[in-house]
Design a protein around this ligand. Structure first.
Ligand SMILES: Nc1ncnc2c1ncn2[C@@H]1O[C@H](COP(=O)(O)OP(=O)(O)OP(=O)(O)O)[C@@H](O)[C@H]1O
Length: 302
């Protein structure tokens, strides 16, 4: 099997003359969880709709599982799984009925009872869809997205509106789907979720690729860490900004926040010690993906 699941090259699309995808290129590897992240309106939905053959592109090359979604849509369809919108199921449809129905539509490629057990839906089989909690609905949608044993699954705003426990459970389930062999494309504007869950992330801004890579590489590329500690006054911090490797010093009336190169952390601690400041809460925080993207977007990329 090829190790490339999706190849996108110079993808272009406009709505009413207004370009929304401006030459987008990226590759999704087989068996990874790949995040498409970016602000509202960045072009994520348009991109995945083109990948699924639901929208036509204006230009560029797209290959999904070796097929062109425009030309080979009917061959591609059975290989893909997609998450339903909440409005897609009638409230009175029972969980078991939904699973059975979708399994039949997919030629009973998988035993829906096994799938129900796997996704811990067994106790919910007789419950109408309308009575499920947000987390239970999400579990059902994930099971339904996998009912045709897709090679590639598209998930959109996966954990929106879920509480932290349901969010974490959903993440585990997505990892389980990946571990069972599916390639997952996750659309999200939640960069914390993308950082936690994705093997690699493409960050879109204004229809173009802002950054693409493993979260750890993207955040590492920012090249800075943030040091935080309680400080008695802004005066106590005077001149720190002139130390080698220090990019920025902030003070909010109680705590200092100093952005530095990793190599400047120890000299900064030594300088604080020299000044008689020995904060017990001295912490060093790596930039999050969210910090990194904000820095990239504002051109504040040190
Ligand atoms: N059918 C359409 N007709 C006209 N403009 C559209 C259409 N669909 C999307 N757009 C515009 O294209 C741009 C990209 O939209 P898209 O939905 O792809 O972005 P997105 O990154 O998925 O955003 P969100 O996170 O809000 O879902 C937006 O400015 C949007 O208003």
């Amino acid at each position: 099997m090829s190790n490339v699941a999706i190849e996108v090259e110079d993808l272009r699309r406009a709505y009413g003359g207004q370009p929304v995808l401006r030459g987008l290129s990226f590759t999704v590897h087989t068996g990874e969880i790949f995040g498409l992240a970016g602000a509202n309106g960045a072009g994520k939905t348009t991109t995945v709709e083109i990948l699924q053959g639901l929208r036509r592109r204006d230009g560029g090359r797209v290959e999904v599982l070796g097929l062109d979604p425009d030309r080979d849509r009917s061959r591609l369809r059975p290989l893909l799984g997609a998450q339903l919108q909440a409005s897609a199921l009638p409230d009175r449809l029972r969980v078991g009925e939904a699973l059975r129905l979708f399994a039949r539509l997919a030629d009973d490629r998988v035993d829906w009872r096994t799938l129900a057990e796997q996704w811990r839906l067994g106790p919910l089989l007789r419950k109408p869809f309308g009575t499920l909690s947000g987390g239970q609905r999400q579990r059902l949608f994930l099971a339904l997205a996998l009912v045709n044993q897709p090679r590639l699954v598209f998930l959109d705003e996966l954990t929106q509106g879920l509480d932290p426990a349901a969010r974490q459970e959903t993440w585990r389930l997505v990892e389980q789907a990946r571990d069972q062999g599916a390639t997952v494309v996750l659309v999200s504007h939640d960069l914390d979720e993308a950082e936690r869950l994705c093997d690699r992330v493409a960050v879109l801004a204004d229809g173009a690729l802002l950054a693409c890579g493993r979260p750890v590489d993207l955040t590492g590329a920012a090249g800075t860490v943030t040091v935080q500690f309680a400080a008695p006054s802004a005066v106590a911090l005077a001149g720190l900004v002139d130390l080698p490797g220090v990019a920025e010093v902030g003070y909010d009336g109680e705590a200092a926040s100093v952005v530095v190169a990793p190599s400047a952390v120890v000299p900064l601690a030594a300088e604080l010690d020299r000044r008689g400041l020995r904060p017990a809460d001295f912490t060093v925080r790596r930039a999050s993906l969210s910090d990194t993207v904000v820095a990239l977007l504002t051109g504040d990329h040190r």
